[in-house]
Design a binder for this molecule. Structure first.
Ligand SMILES: C[S@@+](CC[C@H](N)C(=O)[O-])C[C@H]1O[C@@H](n2cnc3c(N)ncnc32)[C@H](O)[C@@H]1O
Length: 226
């Protein structure tokens, strides 16, 4: 990877500590949602892109190949608190829930009104919290839902088309919302996310998923264990 510009590091702040994770509300057994309507999801995704091209950043959702790589790279089967930034129509969300433990929680933060409403009605799982708003507010949303610092944050939001200062705020919010030893996994066509995040979290590892359309880079940062 090309060397990244030497921006000054922002001082990480520790997230609020919560002594225990509230249990998922009693309800149907964790399922990752019912069988998804793939074509309806794809159409909704495409319409979302037409309405908000810069925020959505892609015309089709992530492939199963990329979903499985994210699950492995993030080590989701070991995580208790997972945050997804930009769940979109929920394909990645369902894939994460299929792997996550029964007592784990997934906080999915989505900026788009339409995707947020769709996700709430199509993916039902007692482990899932669907939050409307910007990824810049991760820390606030974790506290609001009485969740401790995240073991994993996974992001598909397009850093290449957002203002630099928004990307920097999101990177700083991720860095301060991760538990010691926690992982930030970001999948992107371009490397803008690495330019924003490296100043606050150090150099990432990077692998490619060439079977996705388009081929995708998967960047991973690990917060040092305390
Ligand atoms: C490329 S789509 C990824 C969708 C899905 N996770 C996937 O991989 O198929 C990017 C998503 O990020 C959302 N998004 C963009 N900026 C955001 C922000 N600041 N906070 C939260 N979500 C955001 C978009 O609305 C969109 O749903």
């Amino acid at each position: 990877m090309r060397p990244l510009p030497p921006d000054p590091p922002a001082a990480p702040r520790d997230p609020p500590r919560v002594s225990s994770i509230p249990s998922p509300a009693l309800g149907p057994a964790p399922s990752g949602g019912g069988p998804p309507d793939v074509w309806s999801d794809r159409l909704a995704f495409l319409l979302g892109f037409v309405r908000h091209p810069r925020e959505v950043g892609s015309v089709i959702p992530s492939s199963g190949w990329l979903e499985r790589r994210l699950v492995r790279t993030a080590r989701l089967s070991e995580a208790k608190v997972v945050v997804e930034l930009g769940p979109g129509t929920g394909g990645t969300t369902r894939a994460f829930l299929r792997t996550m433990r029964p007592e784990a929680r997934l906080l999915a933060i989505e900026l788009s009104d339409e995707f947020h409403a769709r996700l709430r009605s199509t993916v039902r799982d007692p482990r899932l919290i669907v939050q409307h708003g910007s990824a810049e507010r991760i820390g606030e949303f974790l506290a609001e839902h009485q969740l401790p610092a995240a073991d994993v944050v996974i992001s598909g939001i397009p850093f290449s088309t957002m203002p630099v200062e928004v990307g920097e705020r999101i990177a700083a919010a991720v860095a301060t919302s991760l538990a010691p030893g926690g992982r930030f996994v970001a999948y992107q066509v371009r490397a803008h996310v690495a330019r924003r995040t490296t100043p606050v979290m150090g150099t990432p590892t990077c692998e490619w998923e060439f079977r996705n359309i388009p081929p995708m880079q998967v960047f991973t940062w690990t917060r040092p264990a305390a």
